[in-house]
Design a protein around this ligand. Structure first.
Ligand SMILES: COc1cc(/C=C/C(=O)SCCNC(=O)CCNC(=O)[C@H](O)C(C)(C)COP(=O)(O)OP(=O)(O)OC[C@H]2O[C@@H](n3cnc4c(N)ncnc43)[C@H](O)[C@@H]2OP(=O)(O)O)ccc1O
Ligand SMILES: O=C(O)CCC(=O)C(=O)O
Ligand SMILES: [Fe+2]
Length: 362
């Protein structure tokens, strides 16, 4: 249920962190209070805000949209590998994941966020019965100087049985279906990307290190009173191997062009999935495939949702440049790191662009 109107009048005196983080209202609850101004905790430093006055929005560059109708077409393989090298991002259409599965998980995301704060808060870091299920807001509120205008539900997949007992009933089947229906496509993409690195086949141990664990996040970006002062998600690169991102039709995801450093919009394309290379694959490919900075702007008129699947190594895996990639004597750019150490390092600090990957640099 929406907070009472009396809270609107006491918004100035409201303990924002208590309301948003501890009571589980999230920024969605804050947005529904009808605030006219942004609480100061959300005001980002000028360099992190989206510069609406620059020509960024007129920048006509765009990430490739690749038609996957024929997985065996060498032109498709080339387009995928080129995009992973140049952009670290691309969109795919005709990818084989049924459209109704995508629509169902978007509906389920809205249903989860329509639950009461009390109900959602059962999955918060403090109350959740497992750290495999976590409802939260912003990124790492304890470590951030300015908060981000986003709520999330993060679901780490271990088994169907665990998901059945731990994941919120209102969205668990739809999230599982989306994850499972994407598996074939993820494996085919990884096969293509590995061939591009001279890795001929994905055997069991390669499969484990590339896609041994999966996490699905349901992100909610509510309407924001002054979007130009804050950010939905700050500049970061993902720590995954690959991320599969489903976005709705609102837009607002921007990717850094690695050549010009300009921000490029990723326009919603009906039925598509956005794919991006994460830090783990950048490390394994010794920097050939790029894990690129991206961010999401806040929106003054619409609520937005997105549903990323983070395809990761297993937390207990040690990752480093693959022997097939550096066997020819090329300079090794990254050391070997325990993947769970890498992820913990990521979550320990605020979003900071590409700084996370320095943790693994030689
Ligand atoms: C939230 O906004 C985000 C999120 C993201 C997320 C991207 C990804 O998740 S990419 C894939 C990450 N990899 C994995 O999930 C591998 C599996 N992970 C694990 O097994 C564990 O999480 C672990 C990495 C081994 C850590 O486990 P453990 O040692 O038991 O410690 P925890 O208490 O679980 O976490 C340590 C520390 O990190 C914070 N944290 C962990 N997971 C999440 C999460 N999903 N979302 C937010 N925060 C998380 C946790 O709060 C802990 O902090 P403390 O302060 O309590 O120490 C991308 C972009 C976004 O904007
Ligand atoms: O919402 C989006 O479009 C992107 C979200 C994102 O970058 C993330 O969750 O890592
Ligand atoms: Fe991301």
């Amino acid at each position: 249920m929406a907070p009472s109107m009396s809270l609107v009048h006491s918004a100035n005196t409201l303990n924002i962190l208590d309301f948003v983080v501890n009571k589980g209202h999230g920024v969605k609850g804050l947005s529904e209070l009808g605030l006219k101004t942004l609480p100061p905790q959300y005001i980002q430093p000028p360099q992190e805000r989206f510069d609406h006055t620059s020509n960024e929005e007129e920048n006509k560059d765009s990430i490739p949209v690749i038609d996957m109708s024929n997985w065996d077409d060498p032109n498709v393989a080339k387009a995928v590998c080129d995009a992973a090298c140049k952009w670290g991002f691309f969109q795919i259409v005709n990818h084989g994941v049924p459209i109704h599965v995508l629509e169902d998980v978007k509906d389920a995301t809205h249903k989860f966020y329509a639950l009461s704060a009390e109900e959602k808060n059962k999955y918060s870091k403090e109350r959740s019965v497992s750290n495999h299920v976590r409802f939260g807001t912003s990124f790492t509120p304890e470590a951030e100087e300015a908060l981000e205008w986003k709520d999330y539900l993060s679901l780490f997949f271990v088994s169907d049985d665990e998901a059945a007992s731990l994941w919120p009933p209102v969205c668990r089947n739809q999230a599982l279906e989306y994850m499972k229906s994407s598996e074939f496509m993820v494996k085919k993409l990884l096969e293509i990307l590995m061939k591009g690195l001279n890795v001929k086949e994905i055997d069991e141990s390669k499969e484990a290190i590339l896609m041994g664990s999966k996490r699905i996040n349901l992100n909610y970006y509510p309407t924001c009173p002054t979007p130009e002062l804050t950010i939905g998600v700050g500049r970061h690169s993902d720590v995954s191997t690959l991320t599969v991102l489903l976005q709705d039709d609102i837009g607002g995801l921007y990717v850094r062009n690695t050549e010009t450093s300009k921000w490029v919009h990723v326009p919603p394309v009906s039925g598509s999935l956005v794919i991006n290379v994460g830090d783990a694959l950048q490390i394994m490919s010794n920097g050939k495939y790029k894990s690129v900075e991206h961010r999401v702007i806040a929106n003054g008129t619409n609520n937005r949702i997105s549903v990323p699947i983070f395809v990761n190594p297993k937390p207990s895996d040690v990752i480093g440049p693959l022997p097939e990639v550096v066997g020819n004597g090329e300079k090794v750019l990254y050391k070997h790191v325990l993947y769970s150490d890498y992820v913990k390092h990521f979550f320990r600090k605020a979003h900071d662009g590409k700084a996370t990957v320095e943790f693994a640099m030689i």
